[in-house]
Design a protein around this ligand. Structure first.
Ligand code: ADP
Ligand code: GLC
Length: 498
C-alpha cells in the first residue's frame, strides 16, 4: 500500500507534543509491515537541516503555490526518517515543504494573523509535490486541523487530476480542542468553493471557517487515538461543538490507541539514563532516582516517593484541580519534580512552589527531552490527572519504566491504566496504577494518598510496577489496525467512483 502521512510535527525534527512522537514512529512501523510510506511536514527554521541530513530536491525544483491571492515559491528537501534502531536505515522518506515566508518563524505554531495561510500553503504543497513525483498514494493520512483541508482540496481543487482518482483519505483527530477556526476569508485564501461556507455548510462554524469540521465532513474515514476518547467525542461534554457532526459520521469513525516506540522509551536501552534496568532486575531504578535527585539538587531518601509530572502546562492536563489542593499535596510526605511549559499561571505556580519548598519540589520550566527520560526512570510515581486525554503517551512510557501512574479515568488514560484497588476489590492483582473518575481536587488528593500508602508496602508496590512493565503498547498492533482503516477508506473511495 502507498501511504502519504501528513503532519505538522514529526519527531525528531519538530515537536510540541505527542503528535510528533506518533508521526515519527507510526510511519516506521507501517514501513516495517511492508508498506511504501512518505511523510510530509513543513520545513521550520526551528531545526538544523545539516544536523538532520536534509538534502535539496533539484529534481522537484521550484513549485509555485497560491495562497491568499499571492504565489509563493515552495522548494522541497528530503531526509530519511531516522530509525529508532541504531544503524538501521529506514525506508521512510520525509518531504519537507520549504517556504521561508511562512515557516521561518522560530516557532512551529504561531498566533500570527496568517496562521491559516501557513497550513493552507502546506496542504496545497503536499498535493503539488505528489503531482510532481507522479506518486498516487492509496491513502493520504492527515493529522489534526493543520491538514484538515487536504481532503476537500484533493477532491475539488485538484479533482481534475486523474492521478488522485483512487486516492482515499483518513483523518486522525489527536485533540478536538484545536480546530483551526479562522474568519471567513480563509475560504478565499484557500480558494475553496464558497458554497461550503454558506450557512450550515461543511466548513462553516458560527460564521467562521473551521478546518476540523471541514475534515470531519470530507475525509473518507475518521479516527481518534483511543477507543474511550472516540466514545467521549460523541458527547457534548467532550466534543467541543463537534459531537453532532461526528455523530453524523459515526459509522466511519474509529478509535485506535497510539503505540509507543520502545526503542526510544525503554529503561533497558534508554540512551539518556545512567543506569539501565528491566523487569527482571529493578535495581537500576533506585540508582536513577538517586542520580535524578542529585542532578536537580534535592535530598535523596529511598523511602520518600518522588512524584513526576511531564506536561504541557495547560488546563487540559488537570492543573486546575492540582492548584485547588496544592497546599494539601505539599503536606504529603513526597518529593515533586515538574517538567513543563505553557500557561503563565501554571509556570508561576511551579516556580513559586520550588522556591517555597526547596527540599521537596523542583520545577523545570521549558522543554527538555533528556530530563523527560530521567524523570521517567528516576521518579516513583507519574501524575497525569487530565481533564480529557485523547491518548496520552507519558503514562504509557511510565508503565514501561516501573513508574506507577496516577491518572484521571478519561480517554487513553482510561484505556491504559488499570486501578490497583478497583481490581483488587474483584480479587484480581492486575492493577498497573491508580485512577479516579471525578474531575475534582479531592478525588485527585485521595488517589495520591492511596498511592503513597501503597508505596510503603514494598511487595505490593513491586507487583504494581511489574504489572505495568509487562504491558506491551508497541506500535505493531495499532499499525495493523491503521492498515485496516486505510483499507476501509480505499474501499469507500472505490465505491464512490463506481
Ligand atoms: P500531548 O501531546 O497532549 O502534549 P502526550 O502525552 O501525548 O501529550 O505527549 C507529550 C509528549 O511530549 C511526550 O513525549 C512528553 O515526553 C513530551 N513532553 C511534554 N512536555 C515536555 C517538556 N517540557 N519537555 C520534554 N518533553 C515534553
Ligand atoms: C494530542 C493529545 C494526546 C495524544 C497525542 C498524540 O496531543 O493531547 O493525548 O497522545 O495527541 O496522539
Amino acid at each position: 500500500m502507498k501511504i502519504a502521512f501528513v503532519s505538522s510535527e514529526v519527531y525528531p525534527y519538530a515537536k510540541t507534543g505527542g503528535l510528533a512522537d506518533v508521526s515519527g514512529s507510526l510511519p516506521l512501523e507501517l514501513s516495517k509491515l511492508g508498506h511504501d510510506v512518505k511523510v510530509f511536514m513543513p520545513k521550520y527554521n526551528t531545526f538544523g537541516e545539516v544536523e538532520h541530513g536534509l538534502s535539496y530536491r533539484w529534481d522537484i525544483g521550484e513549485i509555485p503555490v497560491r495562497v491568499a491571492g499571492k504565489v509563493h515559491s515552495v522548494h522541497v528537501h528530503t531526509a530519511n526518517l531516522p530509525n529508532s534502531i541504531p544503524d538501521l536505515k529506514s525506508n521512510v522518506e520525509v518531504y519537507f515543504v520549504d517556504c521561508p515566508y511562512y515557516f521561518h518563524r522560530y516557532r512551529i505554531y504561531t498566533n500570527d494573523y496568517d496562521e491559516d495561510e501557513r497550513f493552507i500553503l502546506f496542504s496545497k504543497s503536499v498535493i503539488e509535490i505528489l503531482q510532481r513525483l507522479q506518486w498516487a498514494p492509496d491513502v493520504i493520512h492527515c493529522n489534526d486541523w493543520q491538514t484538515g483541508l487536504i481532503p476537500v482540496l484533493l477532491r475539488e481543487n485538484y479533482g481534475w487530476d486523474k492521478l488522485f482518482e483512487k486516492t482515499a483519505t483518513l483523518f486522525t483527530i489527536h485533540n478536538i480542542a484545536y480546530q483551526g477556526r479562522f474568519s471567513k476569508e480563509a475560504f478565499h485564501k484557500a480558494e475553496i468553493r464558497y458554497e461550503h461556507f454558506l450557512h450550515g455548510g461543511i466548513g462553516e462554524y458560527f460564521g467562521d471557517v473551521n478546518f476540523l469540521k471541514m475534515a470531519i465532513f470530507t475525509a473518507d474515514i475518521l479516527n481518534t487515538v483511543s477507543e474511550t476518547y472516540a466514545k467521549e467525542l460523541l458527547t457534548p461534554e467532550y466534543g467541543e461543538g463537534m459531537h453532532e457532526y461526528l455523530q453524523m459520521r459515526k459509522d466511519d469513525f474509529y478509535g485506535i490507541l497510539n503505540g509507543v516506540d520502545y526503542n526510544i522509551w525503554n529503561p533497558e536501552i534508554d540512551k539518556f539514563i545512567p543506569y539501565h534496568y528491566s523487569i527482571n532486575d529493578l535495581s537500576g531504578k533506585l540508582k536513577n532516582k538517586k542520580y535524578l535527585l542529585e542532578h536537580i539538587n534535592l535530598p535523596f531518601n529511598e523511602h520518600i516517593p518522588v512524584i513526576g509530572i511531564i506536561s504541557r502546562l495547560i488546563p487540559q492536563k488537570g492543573f486546575d484541580i492540582i492548584s485547588f489542593v496544592i497546599n494539601e499535596l505539599m503536606e504529603l510526605d513526597a518529593q515533586w519534580i515538574i517538567l513543563g511549559s505553557g500557561e503563565h499561571r501554571y509556570e508561576e505556580l511551579f516556580y513559586h512552589l520550588a522556591h517555597k519548598y526547596q527540599t521537596k519540589v523542583h520545577s523545570y520550566i521549558g522543554y527538555n527531552n533528556e530530563l523527560a527520560h530521567l524523570i521517567e526512570a528516576g521518579a516513583d510515581i507519574f501524575l497525569m490527572p487530565s481533564k480529557y486525554e485523547p491518548c496520552g503517551l507519558n503514562q504509557i512510557y511510565s508503565l514501561k519504566y516501573g513508574t506507577v501512574p496516577i491518572v484521571r479515568k478519561t480517554g487513553g488514560l482510561a484505556d491504559t491504566v488499570l486501578d490497583w484497588n478497583e481490581y483488587l476489590a474483584m480479587g484480581q492483582e492486575i492493577g498497573t496504577g491508580y485512577s479516579f473518575q471525578d474531575y475534582s481536587g479531592h478525588a485527585l488528593l485521595d488517589t495520591v494518598k492511596r498511592a503513597l500508602h501503597d508505596f510503603h508496602l514494598k511487595d505490593i508496590w513491586k507487583k504494581i510496577q511489574l504489572n505495568g512493565m509487562s504491558k506491551d503498547y508497541s506500535w505493531k498492533k495499532s499499525a495493523e489496525k491503521y492498515i485496516q482503516l486505510y483499507q476501509k477508506a480505499i474501499n469507500k473511495r472505490k465505491a464512490t467512483i463506481n
